[in-house]
Write a new protein. Structure first.
Length: 143
């Protein structure tokens, strides 16, 4: 009977979170753009209803309200979204490199002779004794 191993995503979770936050930031930028265009349209309608000419109102409000309302969300929120996207990509590549390094550092222990078996057992015994003495020392300090 074979056990099936679950396939993990090749993207680290932190990169996925950064991608999601970047997408949400881009959606916020789009919402601000739409809001600013609707606000401009409503202001033009109000000034025209008060008796001003449409061309004059648009000429005055375009550089004062519409252009800053368009460029600000693009610059601020779009910039933040691209920075988060870039950080997510860099995080993914760094994680991939670290995983490759970790795999390269894993070494196999070939135990062929009895001398090697004895050396491993001696190392384990010393490690266990050291761990027990540290535990005893810590419990004595706590009392």
């Amino acid at each position: 009977m074979k056990l099936k191993r679950k396939e993990r995503s090749r993207h680290p979770i932190s990169s996925i979170v950064l991608y999601i936050v970047a997408a949400l930031t881009a959606l916020i930028a789009i919402a601000f753009l739409v809001n600013n265009v609707i606000l401009f349209k409503n202001n033009v309608s109000q000034y025209v209803a008060q008796g001003y000419s449409s061309a004059e109102v648009i000429q005055q409000l375009l550089p004062a309200q519409l252009l800053p309302g368009i460029f600000e969300p693009i610059a601020v929120y779009g910039g933040i979204a691209f920075i988060l996207l870039g950080v997510g990509i860099i995080n993914q590549k760094v994680t991939k490199c670290l995983k490759m390094l970790a795999k390269a550092e894993v070494t196999t222990l070939d135990i062929d002779t009895t001398e090697q078996v004895e050396a491993v057992e001696k190392t384990n015994k010393v490690a266990n004794e050291t761990e027990q003495s540290v535990d005893n020392h810590l419990t004595a300090d706590q009392q």
